[in-house]
Design a protein around this ligand. Structure first.
Ligand code: SAM
Length: 351
């Protein structure tokens, strides 16, 4: 067993280290530092820029709460946009809704998609190859600003507000998302560890309250996001979608064929919006500020870079996939086969 310990370097004053029993893939992509490794407890772990993105042990928590809370709240969502989420976990959950006719996933880093398919195919399962999904390799900020399509639900499965993901926490980006939503549609974004980064929760809530009639953060318990309650934030102009009762939520799940979930239930859905008093106060203040035009977002203070630079070997192993140009709509064809490497399982992505 390798005795390398890989540290999460996200917090300025404390770190969590995970034993890497086997490093499966490590590379500095054109966008971020990516490492995938095995851990005896958490299973397969994906880390980007020194931050745990997911583990095969508990990825269902985050992915179910990002997908099912907005989709169950909406009457019959047909078109969904996922920004980020290259691991395919949110897309997997979105496609469980039989009413969803099309789901577009916009991921900036092809390496995340290819390595996810290679090292933890049990997360995307067949979602990236589904006839109902379209995968675009592009910067989400640009895609949403330029798209002529409208979506009933937009799910921002971004990383923390660092590196390529910083723009996905900005007013500019969320304003573009609002323009790409159908009337009464729902926008959901990851909003960080609420008790550790209350300013992040406040910043996104101010922006949402300045853009939409309702800004409603909700919480879940994501064990591998070390540091307490994990916040998500939902924005909409249709207040009624936040008043759907447990019976109607259960009926919608049955009708759409959404079953065998491991975290989301109608009660968990409703309970997730009940915030602890300290967070409720932060949200109320942020909503009031946003409604009075204070739309300041949140900028994360610079974080130390991950310790372990990519090893020569891993760098050499990097498949020679040229970074796609800005934005390429996907033509339904398999992922470019990496020369000289075992063909990755097919998935649809940009040429
Ligand atoms: N659940 C994780 C979290 O909360 O930390 C996020 C998981 S997901 C892997 C984040 C994805 O967002 C990554 O694959 C990353 O490459 C992608 N991403 C970052 N910046 C992006 C951008 N500007 N446009 C599109 N995708 C982006």
């Amino acid at each position: 067993m390798s005795d390398r310990w890989i540290e999460e370097t996200f917090h300025a004053d404390w770190r969590v280290a995970l034993r890497a029993s086997k490093v499966l893939h490590e590379v500095k992509t054109d966008h971020q530092h990516l490492v995938i490794f095995e851990n005896p407890y958490w299973g397969t772990v994906l880390m980007l820029d020194g931050v745990v993105q997911l583990t095969t042990k508990d990825e269902h928590v985050y992915h179910e709460m990002m997908a099912h809370v907005p989709l169950m709240a909406l009457d019959r969502p047909k078109k969904v946009l996922i920004v980020g989420g290259g691991d395919g976990g949110v897309l997997r959950e979105v496609l469980k809704h039989g009413c969803v006719e099309k789901a577009v996933l916009v991921e900036i880093d092809r390496e995340v998609i290819d390595t996810s398919l290679q090292y933890f195919p049990q997360i995307p399962q067949k979602a990236l190859e589904s006839d109902r999904s379209e995968v675009v390799i592009a910067d989400g900020l640009k895609y949403v600003a330029e798209t002529g399509e409208l979506f009933d639900c937009i799910i921002v499965d971004s990383s923390e507000p660092i590196g390529p993901s910083a723009v996905l926490h900005s007013k500019e980006f969320f304003a573009s998302c609002r323009r790409a939503l159908t009337p009464g549609g729902a926008l959901v974004t990851q909003n960080g560890l609420a008790q550790l980064f209350p300013d992040h929760l406040a910043g996104t809530t101010r922006i949402f309250a300045s853009l939409f009639k309702r800004a409603s953060p909700y919480i879940c318990h994501q064990p591998c996001y070390f540091g307490g309650l994990f916040a998500l934030n939902l924005a909409t102009d249709d207040k009624s979608i936040l008043g759907i009762g447990p019976k109607k939520l259960a009926k919608r799940a049955r009708k759409r064929g959404v079953a065998d979930l491991k975290y989301w239930t109608p009660a968990v859905h409703l309970g997730a919006f009940a915030l602890p008093a300290e967070l409720e106060r932060i949200v109320d203040e942020a909503v009031a500020a946003g409604k009075s035009g204070d739309d300041r977002g949140y900028e994360l203070p610079p974080t130390p870079a991950p310790d372990a630079p990519p090893t020569k070997k891993a760098a050499a192993k990097k498949p020679s996939v040229k970074e796609p140009s800005e934005k390429k709509t996907v033509t339904r064809k398999p992922v470019t086969k990496k020369p000289a490497e075992k063909p990755t399982p097919t998935a649809k992505t940009g040429p």
